[in-house]
Design a binder for this molecule. Structure first.
Ligand code: EPZ
Length: 418
């Protein structure tokens, strides 16, 4: 199994291009189920999760070609309406085929995704949304069986903000009869990207990017062409790589507005940030201040950057309180950071991080447990004295395109080993 070997303590400097967003690409891929023909996506990151989504689409009868970050999906009349457990368990986002399959075929069978390292992550709200649109839902032998001759528009209030729930309902509603209003909808940039693609396909959507989304159902959609939006989480991770090593890093092909809450916390920690319309630069700073963060749905501080920010706070001056409110078990990186010498007291969904800027982190073998936890360990390894080995790096490959190449291009001494 691959591991990452990092010789820490090297300043990272330079400019690096941000890839397309995984969490947008996957959803647009599933949206292709809504219309037969060729869907063309540019700026698609080459990631294990994209491969998993391709396999799932293939099992449903969609062919695809992927080269140089352009993905062409040929969506045919579907060969199957069943998303198998073996494919869904590899990637939770597979549940996002439920809405499109149901809307297109009137009959979808999708495996329940099962457990996850960062929390229980139920899909009750996805199912409630489908039911509200008239679907009959049954859970049998680990699968969701959803049926509806024709979905009906409705007004649905999400009890909790859910990115996936919003996306599933948005896709299903495009082909429903009449108008659907999603209240307390998620506002993430990836939702806006999905809505923009659906609109190109002929869907009638307004309000995306706000908490109330209106969708007027249409009879048919057509395939379209789209460039995936930039990956704000990768951008944030690369900026911290610069910050934690005391270097100056510019990320390009990014949308600074997606990262406002994160950048404002970096500024509060005394980092100087410069932005243009599509670049962000973090300036060199040798000693930074601790700040508190609380994760929450967009536009507040993203849970997907919490672990990486915690790595930065382990070397800040002062004590930082990090509260995770989106997932109940997203502190798996804490004990691994402590193996590198970090001084952290984890409580339920809150971690108190006492910075050790003078002492610093020291290398150790650590184990990655999920995607963003892996990223935080790589970042800590970049700053730690000595050679850190991050095991189980396949988590990183699910969501970061050529991470070690990008970090090496900034001067990091990092290599992949078997
Ligand atoms: C998406 O997950 C992202 N994944 C996650 O990124 C991200 O952390 C998360 O949104 C929050 O921003 C993809 O886009 C593929 P949610 P999703 O539904 O849609 C609860 C990464 O590292 N909930 O917004 O699954 C849920 O348990 C990944 O790239 C219900 O209770 O997240 C959680 O506590 C990890 N019932 C909260 O809502 C439901 O039916 C938010 O989850 C659905 C969700």
């Amino acid at each position: 199994m691959d591991k990452m070997v990092i010789k820490g303590g090297v300043e990272l400097n330079g400019s690096v291009r941000v890839s397309g967003a995984k969490n947008s690409a996957l959803k647009l891929m599933f949206a292709s189920l809504l219309a037969e023909g060729k869907h063309v996506f540019h700026n698609v990151p080459e990631l294990a999760d994209v491969e998993s989504a391709r396999k799932l689409l293939q099992s449903l009868g969609c062919e695809s070609e992927f080269s140089q970050n352009t993905l062409i999906i040929n969506s045919k009349s579907l060969a199957s309406n069943k998303a198998d457990y073996e494919l869904v368990r590899k990637m939770r986002a597979s549940i996002l085929c439920l809405g499109p399959l149901l809307a297109k075929t009137g009959d979808a069978i999708v495996s329940l995704p099962g457990g996850c390292a960062i929390g229980t992550r139920p899909i009750d709200l996805h199912l409630e949304a489908m039911k509200a649109m008239g679907a009959e839902i049954e859970l049998k032998e680990g699968y969701v069986h959803a049926k509806a001759k024709k979905l009906k528009g409705t007004t649905f209030l999400f009890e909790k903000v859910t990115v996936g729930g919003t996306e599933n309902m948005m896709m299903a509603a495009t082909l429903a009869e009449g108008a659907t209003i999603l209240e307390n909808a998620a506002k993430e940039p990836e939702i806006v990207d999905l809505a923009n693609y659906l609109i190109k396909m002929g869907a009638k959507i307004t309000g995306h990017g706000t908490s109330v989304i209106h969708i007027e159902g249409v009879d048919k959609l057509k395939p379209a062409e789209h460039t995936i939006c930039p990956d704000r989480i990768e951008a944030g991770t690369l900026l911290i790589a610069g910050a934690i090593t005391g270097g100056e890093v510019t990320v390009t092909h990014v949308e600074p507005l997606y990262l406002e809450a994160f950048l404002s916390k970096l500024r509060e920690a005394h980092f100087k940030i410069e932005t243009t319309s599509n670049t962000i630069t973090i300036k060199k700073l040798k000693s930074w201040k601790s700040v508190d963060i609380t994760t929450a749905p967009h536009p507040l501080f993203a849970t997907d950057l919490q672990a990486q920010f915690m790595a930065l706070m382990t070397l800040a001056h002062g004590t930082s309180v990090i509260a995770e409110t989106v997932f109940e078990n997203r502190f798996m990186h804490v004990t691994e950071l402590m193996r590198l010498g970090a001084d952290i007291t984890p409580k339920t969904q809150v971690a108190v991080v006492r910075g050790i800027p003078e002492k610093g982190l020291t290398a150790a073998p650590v184990m990655a447990t999920d995607l963003r936890a892996s990223a935080s360990l790589v970042l800590a390894g970049l700053a730690a004295r000595g050679e850190t080995v991050v095991n189980r790096i396949y988590h990183l490959d699910r969501g970061y395109e050529r991470m070690e190449e990008k970090l090496s291009s900034l001067g990091a001494q990092i290599r992949r080993a078997d």
